[in-house]
Design a protein around this ligand. Structure first.
Ligand SMILES: Cc1cc2nc3c(=O)[nH]c(=O)nc-3n(C[C@H](O)[C@H](O)[C@H](O)COP(=O)(O)OP(=O)(O)OC[C@H]3O[C@@H](n4cnc5c(N)ncnc54)[C@H](O)[C@@H]3O)c2cc1C
Length: 348
């Protein structure tokens, strides 16, 4: 058995990499095992940092999301400084247009919402403006996190797939991989939608299809549009990301005509001039969903295995706070917020 490092992280998406960087900055030696870097949901996402536009009700989850959004500016500048790479972080705000009147505070009427965003569908009757919600280019972020981890000396092992987690009583003794057994003092499971394949926890894939188009040179959108069934995310480099479907089809790959048709129809309905923009790309990914749509963070049935999975629709948003909480858990520092996301809530 090859002894590796203080901490062995299974999974190299945004969650595994963010934790690796945080632990390394706290002077631990870290290895990250990555079966398939491009397959991560972290590459497929839209990169919205949208606790308010998502209308998460007051709860520990909302506290977690707001805390993470507030950590973003400093976290990003650290990553960009160490990696020398741009992440496309943009505090652009999110506009949430609606086709039906809703009775809640701060509602913008039709005339007001048109001032925020000319060119919206004539069907839009009003909506909300969330100036503190933001976005990051999640692909650029994932690459920058990886470069940061490497610059700090994290050992990233691509193409290493964990086949099984070997345990004795309440302790993990090692992980069986396609390159043999690996062992470590501590283990972290950050395998996103695939987590249920390694441990008996209820995490399963929720497929999302996406596409992007190219905006004209005088970019008409300067904020995210978050409709009731579609979102339109303008990037600073002129791409406009459009998403997403939400499908319960296991790990079925590929884009489908029905998926693309739904996205295009909804996007054109909300912002009609999109119909003229050239299409750049279609792709899909698998959100790590849980039965209550909350992440699973912290302790596991094994004292040396920590869980950081099930981030569902908000894993890009939750990366900095997850890294912080999990690094504290590894250091045995008490973080009361973690108890709301304990795996035991699923035990009958
Ligand atoms: C279409 C879509 C849109 C989204 N939009 C947003 C958004 O706007 N904002 C937001 O905050 N979130 C969004 N999300 C959610 C977000 O992408 C995820 O919550 C987040 O990326 C999860 O990160 P992760 O690191 O846990 O998992 P992943 O990014 O999926 O990474 C998991 C990693 O584990 C590796 N792995 C799996 N099994 C093994 C194994 N046995 N051995 C070794 N390695 C393994 C995989 O290869 C992969 O590298 C979106 C997701 C999708 C699909």
């Amino acid at each position: 058995m090859t002894a590796t490092t203080d901490v062995l992280i299974i999974g190299g998406g945004v969650i595994g990499l963010a934790i690796a960087v945080e632990l390394k900055l706290r002077s631990l030696s870290v290895t990250v095992l990555v079966r398939d870097f491009p397959a991560a949901a972290s590459h497929a996402a839209a990169g919205m940092l949208a606790p308010q536009a998502e209308q998460i009700p007051p709860s520990a989850m909302l506290d977690l999301c707001l805390l993470s959004r507030s950590l973003y500016p400093q976290w990003i500048s650290k990553i960009e400084q160490i990696s020398g790479l741009d992440t496309g972080y943009w505090r652009c705000g999110i506009l949430a247009p609606r086709y039906t009147q809703e009775n809640r505070d701060n509602w913008l009427n039709q005339a007001q919402i048109r001032q925020y965003q000319p060119g919206l569908s004539t069907e839009v009757v009003g909506g909300w403006w969330y100036p503190e919600d933001a976005q990051v280019d999640n692909r650029a972020l994932t690459l920058a996190l990886r470069a940061t981890a490497q610059a700090l000396g994290v050992n990233i092992r691509d193409g290493v797939a964990v086949k099984a987690i070997e345990c004795e009583q309440n302790r993990v003794t090692g992980v069986r991989t396609n390159e043999g057994m690996l062992s470590s003092d501590r283990y972290i499971l950050a395998t996103g939608a695939w987590s249920g394949q390694l441990l008996s926890i209820p995490v399963y894939p929720r497929k999302g299809q996406m596409l992007s188009v190219r905006a004209p040179d005088d970019i008409p959108l300067q904020q995210v549009l978050f409709g009731s069934d579609i979102y339109i995310v303008p990037r600073q480099d002129g791409r406009i990301v459009i998403g997403a479907t939400s499908e319960d089809v296991g790990f079925t790959p590929h884009n489908t005509p029905a998926g693309m048709q739904a996205l295009l129809q909804r996007a054109i309905r909300l912002y009609p001039q999109l119909q003229h923009y050239p299409i750049i790309e279609f792709w899909w990914g698998f959100r790590p969903a849980t039965p209550d749509e909350l992440p699973i963070l912290g302790a596991s049935p094994y004292y040396n295995l920590t869980l950081a999975t099930g981030h569902y629709r908000n894993g890009i948003l939750l990366a900095p706070v997850t890294a912080n909480l999990i690094a504290d858990a590894i250091a045995n520092q008490d973080r009361p917020l973690l108890k709301h996301f304990h795996y035991s809530r699923f035990l009958t």
